[in-house]
Design a protein around this ligand. Structure first.
Ligand SMILES: [Zn+2]
Ligand SMILES: [Zn+2]
Length: 257
């Protein structure tokens, strides 16, 4: 019924509890999850994990928060997308909240990922923090809309959401939408067209209410769906159905099992 479109199940704090997490996912009808890459050294482990579970998919890419880490070229990324379970490129993007300028390397890395997306036809998973103007500018300059993708763990304004949707992007909401201080994001959640919506946990981070501050995992994506359904005054089954259809539409390489 539910799909977690963004999690980090390969991180040790989750991977070491994998059997219990997979059981909880089954109990909560969370039947698929996309395990998102953050750097190349961890990628073989991620691929090994998803290979063992038909309902887990993978992405490939280097997160903007990792400064001194192997830097794949666009062609190398394209080659890695040819593996059968790789359905997305990312997470990539810009994050000005953790590291100081000069961050030209971050912008260059982002451009490389967009070029790999256009060469391979594989959609992007974009992370943006305190950098929405530059993120949208580079998306436009590099024609990211040719393939499209998702703005993950969205926390920006409605204007940013609209600009991204105009470029063929989906908007993914995380547990942040359940937080008390998230009024403007809740407003975005009520306005988003249902055919542009994805849901995610970004686990192990950002556990939704009522688990805030605790360890997150993909089974908890139901609380994100329930909050969106509440805000919009629609059945949670509608949020589940639309976000599921959107997932398989966007990540067209993902086989529904
Ligand atoms: Zn992210
Ligand atoms: Zn992430």
């Amino acid at each position: 019924m539910y799909i977690d479109s963004h999690c980090h199940l390969d991180f040790p704090e989750l991977a070491e509890n994998l059997p219990a997490i997979l059981d909880r996912m089954k109990e909560n009808q969370v039947d698929h999850a996309l395990v998102v890459s953050v750097n190349m050294p961890q990628w073989p482990g991620l691929m090994n994990l998803v290979a063992q579970h038909p309902n887990l998919y993978a992405s490939v890419g280097v997160h903007p928060d990792y400064e001194d880490t192997p830097e794949p070229t666009a062609d190398e990324l394209v080659a890695m997308t040819r593996q059968p379970k790789v359905v997305a490129i990312g997470e990539t993007g810009l994050d000005y909240s953790r590291l100081p300028e000069p961050l030209e390397w971050q912008r260059n890395r982002f451009r490389t990922h967009i070029r790999a997306s256009r060469k391979s036809g594989i959609p992007l998973i974009i992370h943006t923090r305190s950098a929405s103007d530059d993120t949208l500018r580079i998306m436009r300059e590099e024609s990211a809309g040719e393939v499209g993708g998702v703005m993950h763990c969205f926390t920006e304004s409605w204007d940013v959401a609209e600009a991204a949707m105009e470029m063929n992007f989906y908007i993914s909401l995380s547990g942040i939408v359940t937080f008390k201080n998230a009024a403007s994001l809740q407003d975005v959640a009520t306005k988003l067209p249902l055919d542009r919506l994805l849901i995610e946990t970004d686990s192990p981070y950002l556990a939704p209410v009522p688990f805030r501050g605790k360890m997150n995992d993909p089974s908890k994506v139901i609380h994100v769906a329930e909050k969106i359904a509440d805000l919009r005054g629609i059945p949670v089954a509608d949020v589940a159905r639309h976000s599921r259809e959107n997932f398989f539409h966007l990540f067209s390489k993902a086989v529904d099992v």
